[in-house]
Design a protein around this ligand. Structure first.
Ligand SMILES: NC(=O)c1ccc[n+]([C@@H]2O[C@H](COP(=O)([O-])OP(=O)(O)OC[C@H]3O[C@@H](n4cnc5c(N)ncnc54)[C@H](OP(=O)(O)O)[C@@H]3O)[C@@H](O)[C@H]2O)c1
Length: 334
Protein backbone atom coordinates (compact mmCIF):
# COMPACT_ATOMS: atom_id res chain seq x y z
CA UNK A 1 0.00 0.00 0.00
CA UNK A 2 2.73 2.45 0.99
CA UNK A 3 4.25 2.20 -2.50
CA UNK A 4 1.20 3.97 -3.92
CA UNK A 5 1.77 7.06 -1.82
CA UNK A 6 3.87 9.69 -3.60
CA UNK A 7 6.91 11.32 -1.99
CA UNK A 8 5.52 14.82 -2.44
CA UNK A 9 1.94 16.03 -2.41
CA UNK A 10 0.19 19.35 -2.94
CA UNK A 11 -1.37 21.25 -0.05
CA UNK A 12 -2.95 24.66 0.58
CA UNK A 13 -1.18 26.40 3.44
CA UNK A 14 -2.95 29.12 5.38
CA UNK A 15 -0.82 31.53 7.37
CA UNK A 16 -3.23 33.02 9.94
CA UNK A 17 -0.81 35.82 10.83
CA UNK A 18 -0.61 37.03 7.22
CA UNK A 19 -4.06 35.69 6.24
CA UNK A 20 -2.51 34.20 3.11
CA UNK A 21 -3.32 31.00 1.23
CA UNK A 22 -0.51 29.37 -0.76
CA UNK A 23 -0.26 26.13 -2.75
CA UNK A 24 2.88 24.24 -1.72
CA UNK A 25 4.36 20.78 -2.11
CA UNK A 26 5.35 18.72 0.88
CA UNK A 27 5.69 15.07 1.91
CA UNK A 28 2.37 13.39 2.70
CA UNK A 29 1.43 13.22 6.37
CA UNK A 30 2.39 10.06 8.24
CA UNK A 31 -0.46 8.54 10.28
CA UNK A 32 0.09 7.08 13.72
CA UNK A 33 -1.94 3.93 13.24
CA UNK A 34 -1.67 3.06 16.93
CA UNK A 35 -3.50 6.31 17.71
CA UNK A 36 -6.50 5.52 15.45
CA UNK A 37 -5.12 7.72 12.64
CA UNK A 38 -6.09 6.82 9.07
CA UNK A 39 -4.42 8.16 5.93
CA UNK A 40 -7.01 9.37 3.44
CA UNK A 41 -6.60 10.15 -0.25
CA UNK A 42 -8.64 13.34 -0.46
CA UNK A 43 -11.09 13.49 -3.36
CA UNK A 44 -13.01 16.58 -2.24
CA UNK A 45 -13.05 19.16 0.52
CA UNK A 46 -15.34 22.09 1.31
CA UNK A 47 -14.27 25.33 3.03
CA UNK A 48 -16.43 26.54 5.90
CA UNK A 49 -17.55 30.17 6.01
CA UNK A 50 -15.29 32.08 8.37
CA UNK A 51 -12.90 29.20 9.10
CA UNK A 52 -9.82 31.23 8.18
CA UNK A 53 -10.68 33.75 10.88
CA UNK A 54 -11.45 31.31 13.67
CA UNK A 55 -7.85 31.66 14.90
CA UNK A 56 -8.63 35.23 15.90
CA UNK A 57 -10.60 33.77 18.83
CA UNK A 58 -7.12 33.26 20.30
CA UNK A 59 -7.59 29.75 21.66
CA UNK A 60 -5.63 27.78 20.74
CA UNK A 61 -2.73 29.92 19.58
CA UNK A 62 -2.63 30.07 15.78
CA UNK A 63 0.12 28.12 14.01
CA UNK A 64 2.30 29.78 11.40
CA UNK A 65 1.05 27.34 8.79
CA UNK A 66 -2.26 25.55 8.77
CA UNK A 67 -4.08 23.50 6.15
CA UNK A 68 -7.78 24.46 6.03
CA UNK A 69 -10.71 22.34 4.86
CA UNK A 70 -12.63 20.62 7.66
CA UNK A 71 -14.96 18.66 5.39
CA UNK A 72 -13.44 15.74 3.54
CA UNK A 73 -14.58 12.90 1.30
CA UNK A 74 -12.09 10.39 -0.03
CA UNK A 75 -10.62 6.90 0.03
CA UNK A 76 -8.80 5.21 2.89
CA UNK A 77 -5.15 4.46 2.05
CA UNK A 78 -3.72 3.31 5.39
CA UNK A 79 -5.69 2.17 8.44
CA UNK A 80 -5.15 0.54 11.81
CA UNK A 81 -5.59 -3.24 11.32
CA UNK A 82 -8.64 -3.37 13.58
CA UNK A 83 -10.39 -0.39 11.99
CA UNK A 84 -13.74 -0.95 10.26
CA UNK A 85 -12.50 1.48 7.56
CA UNK A 86 -9.88 -0.40 5.56
CA UNK A 87 -7.90 0.70 2.45
CA UNK A 88 -10.17 1.36 -0.51
CA UNK A 89 -13.20 2.32 1.60
CA UNK A 90 -15.00 5.51 0.50
CA UNK A 91 -15.56 7.64 3.59
CA UNK A 92 -16.30 11.17 4.71
CA UNK A 93 -15.59 13.12 7.88
CA UNK A 94 -15.31 16.47 9.55
CA UNK A 95 -11.76 17.22 10.73
CA UNK A 96 -11.52 19.60 13.72
CA UNK A 97 -10.26 23.04 12.73
CA UNK A 98 -7.28 22.83 15.09
CA UNK A 99 -5.78 19.92 13.10
CA UNK A 100 -4.43 19.95 9.55
CA UNK A 101 -7.42 19.86 7.21
CA UNK A 102 -8.26 18.43 3.81
CA UNK A 103 -7.15 21.11 1.34
CA UNK A 104 -4.32 18.72 0.48
CA UNK A 105 -3.96 15.50 -1.49
CA UNK A 106 -3.61 13.25 1.58
CA UNK A 107 -4.85 13.95 5.09
CA UNK A 108 -5.28 12.22 8.42
CA UNK A 109 -8.63 11.39 9.98
CA UNK A 110 -9.46 9.48 13.14
CA UNK A 111 -11.63 6.39 13.02
CA UNK A 112 -14.02 8.05 15.47
CA UNK A 113 -14.61 10.88 12.96
CA UNK A 114 -15.35 8.72 9.91
CA UNK A 115 -18.52 7.36 8.34
CA UNK A 116 -18.97 5.58 4.99
CA UNK A 117 -20.03 7.97 2.22
CA UNK A 118 -23.74 7.71 1.38
CA UNK A 119 -24.29 5.31 -1.52
CA UNK A 120 -26.50 7.93 -3.14
CA UNK A 121 -23.83 10.67 -3.28
CA UNK A 122 -20.73 11.26 -5.37
CA UNK A 123 -17.61 12.66 -3.68
CA UNK A 124 -18.51 16.27 -4.51
CA UNK A 125 -21.89 16.03 -2.82
CA UNK A 126 -20.48 13.97 0.07
CA UNK A 127 -18.05 16.76 0.99
CA UNK A 128 -20.96 19.18 1.45
CA UNK A 129 -22.33 17.21 4.37
CA UNK A 130 -20.22 16.54 7.51
CA UNK A 131 -19.51 20.01 8.91
CA UNK A 132 -22.91 21.54 8.21
CA UNK A 133 -25.02 18.51 9.08
CA UNK A 134 -23.13 17.75 12.30
CA UNK A 135 -23.18 21.38 13.42
CA UNK A 136 -26.93 21.52 12.77
CA UNK A 137 -27.40 18.19 14.56
CA UNK A 138 -25.79 19.63 17.67
CA UNK A 139 -27.78 22.87 17.48
CA UNK A 140 -31.19 21.32 16.94
CA UNK A 141 -30.76 18.25 19.18
CA UNK A 142 -27.82 18.07 21.62
CA UNK A 143 -27.57 21.75 22.56
CA UNK A 144 -31.35 22.15 22.57
CA UNK A 145 -31.70 19.34 25.13
CA UNK A 146 -33.15 16.70 22.79
CA UNK A 147 -31.79 13.16 22.52
CA UNK A 148 -32.08 13.10 18.73
CA UNK A 149 -34.68 13.16 15.95
CA UNK A 150 -36.78 10.48 17.69
CA UNK A 151 -37.14 12.45 20.95
CA UNK A 152 -40.88 12.65 21.64
CA UNK A 153 -40.42 15.96 23.46
CA UNK A 154 -39.85 17.65 20.08
CA UNK A 155 -43.49 17.24 19.08
CA UNK A 156 -45.29 20.60 19.09
CA UNK A 157 -42.04 22.61 19.42
CA UNK A 158 -41.08 25.56 17.25
CA UNK A 159 -37.79 27.10 16.20
CA UNK A 160 -36.30 30.02 14.31
CA UNK A 161 -33.21 29.42 12.19
CA UNK A 162 -31.27 32.58 11.27
CA UNK A 163 -29.48 32.49 7.89
CA UNK A 164 -31.61 29.45 7.11
CA UNK A 165 -30.55 29.73 3.46
CA UNK A 166 -26.92 29.06 4.42
CA UNK A 167 -25.38 25.62 4.57
CA UNK A 168 -25.74 25.04 8.33
CA UNK A 169 -29.14 26.74 8.28
CA UNK A 170 -30.51 24.45 5.58
CA UNK A 171 -29.39 21.42 7.59
CA UNK A 172 -31.11 22.86 10.71
CA UNK A 173 -34.31 23.15 8.68
CA UNK A 174 -34.04 19.62 7.28
CA UNK A 175 -33.25 18.00 10.63
CA UNK A 176 -36.03 19.97 12.34
CA UNK A 177 -38.49 18.70 9.72
CA UNK A 178 -37.32 15.09 10.08
CA UNK A 179 -37.64 15.36 13.88
CA UNK A 180 -41.17 16.75 13.70
CA UNK A 181 -40.84 20.35 14.89
CA UNK A 182 -44.29 21.87 14.41
CA UNK A 183 -43.10 25.27 13.19
CA UNK A 184 -39.80 25.90 11.42
CA UNK A 185 -39.18 29.59 10.77
CA UNK A 186 -36.21 30.57 8.60
CA UNK A 187 -34.66 33.95 7.83
CA UNK A 188 -33.21 34.46 4.35
CA UNK A 189 -32.34 37.26 1.95
CA UNK A 190 -35.50 37.11 -0.17
CA UNK A 191 -34.14 35.22 -3.18
CA UNK A 192 -37.13 33.40 -4.73
CA UNK A 193 -35.23 30.18 -5.49
CA UNK A 194 -33.81 30.09 -1.99
CA UNK A 195 -37.29 30.52 -0.57
CA UNK A 196 -38.62 27.68 -2.71
CA UNK A 197 -35.75 25.43 -1.64
CA UNK A 198 -36.29 26.25 2.03
CA UNK A 199 -39.99 25.36 1.74
CA UNK A 200 -39.03 22.04 0.10
CA UNK A 201 -36.56 21.32 2.90
CA UNK A 202 -39.19 21.93 5.57
CA UNK A 203 -39.49 25.62 6.47
CA UNK A 204 -43.07 26.44 7.43
CA UNK A 205 -42.55 30.23 7.59
CA UNK A 206 -39.95 32.49 6.01
CA UNK A 207 -38.84 35.98 7.00
CA UNK A 208 -36.90 38.08 4.47
CA UNK A 209 -34.29 39.77 6.67
CA UNK A 210 -33.89 42.55 4.10
CA UNK A 211 -37.56 43.53 4.42
CA UNK A 212 -38.47 42.78 8.02
CA UNK A 213 -36.74 42.13 11.31
CA UNK A 214 -37.85 39.13 13.35
CA UNK A 215 -38.88 41.65 16.02
CA UNK A 216 -41.32 43.33 13.61
CA UNK A 217 -42.54 39.97 12.30
CA UNK A 218 -43.14 38.56 15.81
CA UNK A 219 -44.85 41.72 17.03
CA UNK A 220 -47.64 41.20 14.45
CA UNK A 221 -48.79 38.05 16.29
CA UNK A 222 -46.67 37.55 19.42
CA UNK A 223 -48.97 34.93 20.93
CA UNK A 224 -48.38 32.60 17.98
CA UNK A 225 -45.09 33.63 16.45
CA UNK A 226 -42.73 33.30 19.41
CA UNK A 227 -40.66 30.10 19.40
CA UNK A 228 -39.10 27.62 21.82
CA UNK A 229 -35.68 27.54 20.20
CA UNK A 230 -33.43 29.91 18.26
CA UNK A 231 -30.74 28.24 16.11
CA UNK A 232 -28.52 31.16 15.13
CA UNK A 233 -26.28 30.66 12.10
CA UNK A 234 -25.24 34.28 11.53
CA UNK A 235 -24.56 36.15 14.78
CA UNK A 236 -24.36 39.99 14.90
CA UNK A 237 -27.63 41.79 14.18
CA UNK A 238 -29.40 38.56 13.22
CA UNK A 239 -28.68 37.11 16.67
CA UNK A 240 -29.70 40.32 18.45
CA UNK A 241 -32.94 40.32 16.44
CA UNK A 242 -33.63 36.66 17.23
CA UNK A 243 -33.86 37.39 20.97
CA UNK A 244 -37.18 39.12 20.21
CA UNK A 245 -38.87 35.88 19.10
CA UNK A 246 -37.88 33.49 21.87
CA UNK A 247 -40.57 32.53 24.40
CA UNK A 248 -40.13 32.78 28.15
CA UNK A 249 -38.20 29.67 29.21
CA UNK A 250 -36.90 29.19 25.67
CA UNK A 251 -33.38 28.56 24.42
CA UNK A 252 -30.96 30.45 22.17
CA UNK A 253 -28.11 28.48 20.58
CA UNK A 254 -25.55 30.11 18.32
CA UNK A 255 -22.58 28.76 16.37
CA UNK A 256 -21.36 32.30 15.70
CA UNK A 257 -21.22 34.30 18.93
CA UNK A 258 -22.07 34.04 22.63
CA UNK A 259 -25.80 34.89 22.58
CA UNK A 260 -25.66 36.93 25.79
CA UNK A 261 -23.33 39.45 24.10
CA UNK A 262 -26.09 40.29 21.61
CA UNK A 263 -29.07 40.26 23.98
CA UNK A 264 -30.80 43.64 23.59
CA UNK A 265 -31.03 45.62 26.83
CA UNK A 266 -34.81 45.87 26.44
CA UNK A 267 -35.34 42.14 25.78
CA UNK A 268 -38.42 41.05 27.76
CA UNK A 269 -38.00 37.27 27.52
CA UNK A 270 -37.64 35.58 30.91
CA UNK A 271 -35.69 32.48 31.95
CA UNK A 272 -34.11 32.02 28.54
CA UNK A 273 -31.04 29.77 28.51
CA UNK A 274 -28.36 30.22 25.89
CA UNK A 275 -25.13 28.78 24.56
CA UNK A 276 -22.46 29.37 21.95
CA UNK A 277 -20.42 26.36 20.93
CA UNK A 278 -17.82 25.13 18.49
CA UNK A 279 -18.34 21.69 17.01
CA UNK A 280 -17.08 18.72 18.99
CA UNK A 281 -14.36 16.61 17.46
CA UNK A 282 -15.33 12.96 17.00
CA UNK A 283 -18.78 12.73 15.46
CA UNK A 284 -18.55 9.65 13.20
CA UNK A 285 -21.54 7.99 14.88
CA UNK A 286 -23.81 10.99 14.27
CA UNK A 287 -22.48 11.23 10.73
CA UNK A 288 -23.50 7.61 10.15
CA UNK A 289 -27.04 8.60 11.17
CA UNK A 290 -26.92 11.51 8.72
CA UNK A 291 -25.82 8.99 6.07
CA UNK A 292 -29.01 7.02 6.73
CA UNK A 293 -31.13 10.15 6.32
CA UNK A 294 -29.43 10.92 3.01
CA UNK A 295 -29.67 7.37 1.67
CA UNK A 296 -33.37 7.17 2.59
CA UNK A 297 -34.05 10.46 0.80
CA UNK A 298 -35.23 12.20 3.99
CA UNK A 299 -32.44 14.79 3.68
CA UNK A 300 -30.52 16.29 0.77
CA UNK A 301 -26.94 17.40 0.20
CA UNK A 302 -26.95 20.96 -1.15
CA UNK A 303 -24.04 21.72 -3.49
CA UNK A 304 -23.46 25.32 -4.59
CA UNK A 305 -20.47 24.84 -6.89
CA UNK A 306 -17.30 22.80 -7.54
CA UNK A 307 -13.85 24.37 -8.10
CA UNK A 308 -10.67 22.72 -9.39
CA UNK A 309 -7.86 22.35 -6.83
CA UNK A 310 -5.81 25.01 -8.65
CA UNK A 311 -8.74 27.42 -8.25
CA UNK A 312 -8.91 27.05 -4.45
CA UNK A 313 -8.70 30.81 -3.86
CA UNK A 314 -11.85 31.39 -5.90
CA UNK A 315 -13.60 28.70 -3.84
CA UNK A 316 -12.71 30.49 -0.60
CA UNK A 317 -13.82 33.83 -2.10
CA UNK A 318 -17.17 32.34 -3.08
CA UNK A 319 -17.65 31.04 0.48
CA UNK A 320 -16.63 34.32 2.08
CA UNK A 321 -19.16 36.19 -0.08
CA UNK A 322 -21.68 34.64 2.37
CA UNK A 323 -24.39 34.06 -0.21
CA UNK A 324 -23.47 30.63 -1.57
CA UNK A 325 -26.50 28.37 -1.80
CA UNK A 326 -25.12 25.28 -0.10
CA UNK A 327 -21.48 24.21 0.09
CA UNK A 328 -18.65 25.23 -2.20
CA UNK A 329 -16.52 22.17 -2.97
CA UNK A 330 -12.87 21.90 -4.05
CA UNK A 331 -12.14 18.90 -6.27
CA UNK A 332 -8.70 17.91 -4.95
CA UNK A 333 -8.40 14.66 -6.94
CA UNK A 334 -8.94 15.57 -10.60
N1 LIG B 1 -19.27 27.02 15.85
C1 LIG B 1 -19.11 26.06 14.93
O1 LIG B 1 -18.68 24.95 15.26
C2 LIG B 1 -19.48 26.35 13.51
C3 LIG B 1 -19.59 25.30 12.60
C4 LIG B 1 -19.98 25.60 11.29
C5 LIG B 1 -20.24 26.90 10.92
N2 LIG B 1 -20.10 27.89 11.85
C6 LIG B 1 -20.40 29.28 11.49
O2 LIG B 1 -21.78 29.32 11.13
C7 LIG B 1 -21.99 30.37 10.18
C8 LIG B 1 -22.80 29.80 9.02
O3 LIG B 1 -22.03 28.87 8.30
P1 LIG B 1 -22.56 28.39 6.88
O4 LIG B 1 -21.61 27.36 6.40
O5 LIG B 1 -24.00 28.05 6.96
O6 LIG B 1 -22.38 29.75 6.05
P2 LIG B 1 -22.99 30.14 4.64
O7 LIG B 1 -23.50 28.93 3.94
O8 LIG B 1 -21.98 30.96 3.95
O9 LIG B 1 -24.25 31.05 5.05
C9 LIG B 1 -24.49 32.19 4.41
C10 LIG B 1 -25.90 32.64 4.77
O10 LIG B 1 -25.83 33.87 5.50
C11 LIG B 1 -26.96 34.63 5.12
N3 LIG B 1 -26.70 36.04 5.33
C12 LIG B 1 -25.83 36.84 4.65
N4 LIG B 1 -25.89 38.09 5.13
C13 LIG B 1 -26.82 38.08 6.15
C14 LIG B 1 -27.34 39.06 7.05
N5 LIG B 1 -26.89 40.32 7.01
N6 LIG B 1 -28.26 38.68 7.97
C15 LIG B 1 -28.71 37.39 8.02
N7 LIG B 1 -28.26 36.41 7.20
C16 LIG B 1 -27.33 36.75 6.27
C17 LIG B 1 -27.14 34.34 3.66
O11 LIG B 1 -28.49 34.55 3.32
P3 LIG B 1 -28.97 34.96 1.83
O12 LIG B 1 -27.96 34.42 0.85
O13 LIG B 1 -30.32 34.34 1.70
O14 LIG B 1 -28.98 36.47 1.81
C18 LIG B 1 -26.72 32.88 3.55
O15 LIG B 1 -27.85 32.05 3.62
C19 LIG B 1 -20.60 30.88 9.80
O16 LIG B 1 -20.35 32.07 10.50
C20 LIG B 1 -19.65 29.79 10.29
O17 LIG B 1 -18.36 30.30 10.65
C21 LIG B 1 -19.73 27.65 13.12
Amino acid sequence: MAAQIPDTTRAVFHNPQEDSLTLITRPPPTPNLAADEHLLRVHTTAPCAGELTWWTFGIPKPPTDHIPGQDVAGTIVLAPPTSPFQPGAAVYARIPWTRQGAAQEYTIVLGSEIAPTPKTLDFAHAATVPMSALTAWQMVFDKAGFAGPEDGAISGRSLVVTAASGSVGMWCVQLARVAGFERIVGTYGGDAEAGELLRELGATELVDYKKSSLAEWASQDPGRRKVDLVADCFGKGALADAWSVVKDGGRVVSVCEPPETRRPADCQAKNVTYEWFIMDAARGKDLARVTELLESGKCRAILDSVYKFDDFKQAFERVEGRHARGKVVIQVLQ
